[in-house]
Ligand binder design. Structure first.
Ligand SMILES: NC(=O)c1ccc[n+]([C@@H]2O[C@H](COP(=O)([O-])OP(=O)(O)OC[C@H]3O[C@@H](n4cnc5c(N)ncnc54)[C@H](OP(=O)(O)O)[C@@H]3O)[C@@H](O)[C@H]2O)c1
Length: 253
């Protein structure tokens, strides 16, 4: 499928990106801004968020906003406060990209550490649920809302040693499907993206010995991120789509 993306594809939309300071989330934030959106950058490392903010400004895109939040420690009230701030500052929210994620440790299932399991499930699953609950009232007011989750190849096919991460991505796809079904009579479209192996810090952590130059970059996989956030995807909901149509690289993440 080819995604033809107009330059003003996201004009007038306000879009929240989690994990916007690095990797795929950073590129998505830059591209959403370049296509006309006001982007809210959420993450835990303020210096990284500020660098993305500055780059958006340098590119001449609409001024962004920063929400510093560590998804590991954030409570339900933090997300409610965040939603109230978005309501007060922007008066609307049209899209959310749930992108922030943790890999945890690769190991056989019987060696998974309870603390690592808890951390990965907290960031990759529970944080997404609480954030989604908090922003739903706002996004229901959007004429064309979008919620995008981030899955993985191991989010629909289990693979040895990918234990906690794979379980968290199965849960993510389940959350996406449940929400898409619940919102099926609204204009909000809920989908997931499987980025496929992409040149980021997380990928390097999972495959330290591979030649990263052979991997797609975050910029390469942006067409699907733009398409699913924009108006052309109004007929798609409840799906997990691959950002790399011809994966070509073994050991996809
Ligand atoms: N890269 C791949 O090959 C690949 C393949 C399949 C799926 N994915 C998925 O794609 C998404 C993005 O991954 P990536 O490769 O871009 O990873 P990355 O480069 O490690 O970036 C992850 C982002 O999430 C943020 N984050 C992590 N823990 C957080 C927390 N507790 N609170 C707030 N923010 C937090 C990080 O913030 P800091 O910068 O502050 O650490 C970073 O900005 C993830 O959901 C990942 O599972 C990636």
């Amino acid at each position: 499928m080819d995604y033809q993306i107009a330059a003003d594809n996201l004009k007038d939309r306000v879009i929240l990106v989690t994990g916007a300071g690095d990797g795929i989330g950073r590129e998505a934030a830059l591209q959403y801004a370049a296509h006309g959106a006001t982007v809210i950058l959420l993450g835990r490392t303020v210096a990284k968020l500020e660098a993305v903010y500055d780059e958006i400004e340098k590119n001449g895109s609409k001024q962004a906003a920063i929400i510093p939040l560590d998804l590991m420690g954030a409570t339900k009230q933090h997300y409610i406060d965040m939603a109230n701030t978005i309501q007060q500052q922007f008066g609307r929210l049209d899209g959310v990209l749930h992108n922030a994620g943790l890999l945890g440790a690769l190991s056989p299932l019987d060696h998974i550490e309870e603390s690592v399991f808890d951390d990965v499930m907290q960031v990759n699953v529970k944080a997404q649920l609480l954030l989604t609950q908090a922003i739903l009232p706002l996004i229901k007011q959007s004429p064309d809302g979008r919620i995008i989750f981030t899955s993985s190849t191991v989010g629909h096919i289990g693979r040895a040693f990918w234990g906690t991460y794979a379980i968290s991505k199965f849960a993510t796809e389940g959350m996406m499907q449940v929400l898409a079904d619940e919102l099926s009579d609204t204009s909000i479209k809920v989908n997931a993206i499987n980025p496929g192996g992409t040149r980021t810090g997380m990928r390097a952590q999972a495959f330290p010995a591979e030649d990263a130059r052979l991997l797609k970059t975050p910029l390469d996989i942006m067409p699907l991120y733009l398409y699913l956030m924009g108006p052309e995807s109004r007929h798609i909901s409840g799906q997990c789509l691959d950002a790399q149509r011809k994966p070509g690289i073994s050991n996809e993440q």
